[in-house]
Design a protein around this ligand. Structure first.
Ligand code: CO
Length: 446
């Protein structure tokens, strides 16, 4: 309408109006050019896999390369217990699907990859998809000239509060380990202790003669482990005081009713949360725990899909969701379930031990920076070699993790150096986990 009026005026002989029209058109064109600057749609030219083990754990990273010079991205696809299966899943199945496709359509690409196997939510497939997904977020950030947390809405906090892993064969050893974290400024610490003669979780288990058993495999006895953990909590509160936040991982080793008992017995020690009190197969039992205790509960690292945690969020049966982001299929699905959690006031505590690559740790850091329902972040120290290979990895200071402000994830990988540190092939199980049995020989969850 306006344009027609202006045109009318010009036709009517107003030379000034014609000049005005030209100026307006030039301005509109410039605005469009500015909006499009730097964002011609890049096409995917290659999808490759980087494997390395600078700290023992098998790390897998997917690299997506585009037709624009220097524009590529990295994504974490680490499934350390089945690491050799990820590379073929990426190279034989996702690569042919992705070559020639636009690199700037993250949601669309995720849905296409997810659906392309017809059967979905397997850990191998989801990790492979995560590698691609996170790489596309890295590319998107580089295109925008912004760190990914800016694309997610910007910072909701300055840095990421974390917890470290304190452990020991003996209670005193674990307390000493916790004190080291506290001295560094950590406000939260996970505590795990070995039980004499047994193979516990999270401690070295080299204490005393093995308990009697009918087999030679690693052995575990539930009651003894539970009593030992409670003794640790009591000592920790005495030695470390009331202010430090204590976390403990039950690692799904108790029976459901034992888990209810354990959560109740934890109450006097005011845990920050009790992790994996139950296995994914037993999540209906969370209702029983919730009805009987106020011990905060964290769950989710073994889930393969965001869908598995929906009932726990909906019924407010847990306090923290702690999925392994690459296991979920990457940042794209996880930010959706995180947003669902916000609406129910269920917070996050993503799985962040050494079997997440620094790219994966950075993806969690960016998500954590940008969401309101962040709870805590599990942290594990990266050695010098890891930091040399993954330049720009998140930085730990006083128990807080910091992202850098470089575009994308802000991490450059020294691929030549990574290649010099391949998976260790001496391990007979190739990085897989073995077995744990009760004294009578029955196998239990690890
Ligand atoms: Co755990």
């Amino acid at each position: 309408m306006r344009r027609r009026e202006i045109l009318g005026a010009a036709v009517a002989g107003g030379a000034a109006a014609a000049t005005l029209l030209a100026a307006r058109e030039a301005e509109a064109q410039e605005k469009t050019a500015r909006a499009m600057r730097g964002v011609p749609s890049p096409k995917i030219t290659d999808v490759s896999v980087i494997e390395c083990a600078p700290q023992g754990s098998r790390l897998t990273v997917v690299k997506v390369t585009t037709d624009q010079a220097g524009l590529f991205g990295y994504g974490c696809a680490t499934f350390t217990q089945r690491a050799d299966l990820i590379k073929p899943a990426v190279e034989k199945y996702l690569r042919p699907l992705l070559i020639g496709k636009p690199a700037d359509r993250i949601e669309d690409t995720w849905q296409m990859c997810y659906d392309s196997s017809y059967w979905k939510n397997g850990p191998v497939e989801n990790n492979a998809i995560s590698g691609v997904d996170q790489a596309l977020w890295d590319i998107k950030g580089k295109m925008a000239g912004m760190p990914v947390y800016q694309l997610l809405g910007g910072k909701a906090r300055e840095a990421i509060d974390t917890y470290g892993h304190a452990s020991g064969n003996e209670i005193a050893e674990c307390i000493d380990s916790a004190k080291k974290y506290i001295a560094q400024g950590f406000r939260h610490v996970r505590i795990q202790v070995g039980t004499p003669g047994m193979d516990g979780y999270g401690a070295r288990n080299k204490n005393g003669p093995r308990i009697p058993s009918l087999h030679t495999a690693p052995v575990f006895e539930r009651e003894a482990a539970m009593k030992r953990a409670l003794a640790l909590f009591e000592a920790a509160r005495k030695e470390l005081g009331p202010d430090i936040e204590l976390i403990h991982d039950a690692h799904e080793r108790y029976t459901p009713t034992q888990a209810v008992q354990f959560a109740k017995l934890c109450e006097p020690y005011r845990l920050f949360f009790l992790e994996d009190a139950l296995s994914p197969e037993d999540i209906q039992w969370f209702r029983n725990i919730r009805a009987q205790t106020t011990t905060p509960l964290a769950m989710g690292e073994l889930f393969n899909s965001p869908h598995e945690i929906i009932p726990l969020i909906q019924d407010r049966l847990i306090d923290y969701m702690r999925m392994h982001i690459s296991q979920m299929g990457g940042l794209t699905p996880v930010r959706k379930i995180a947003a669902m959690g916000e609406l129910y006031n269920v917070r996050t505590a993503w799985h962040g031990p050494g079997d997440v690559s620094p790219i994966g740790h950075m993806a969690m850091t960016h998500l954590d920076l940008s969401i309101t329902n962040f709870g805590i972040q599990e942290y594990s120290e990266m050695n010098d070699l890891t930091l040399e290979i993954f330049r720009g990895a998140p930085v730990m200071k006083g128990g807080y993790l910091y992202a850098n402000d470089a575009p994308g994830w802000g991490i450059e990988i020294d691929e030549a150096l990574a290649a010099k540190h391949p998976f260790n092939r001496d391990n007979v199980l190739n990085g897989g986990w073995g077995e744990v049995r009760l004294p009578d020989g029955q196998i239990i969850k690890q």
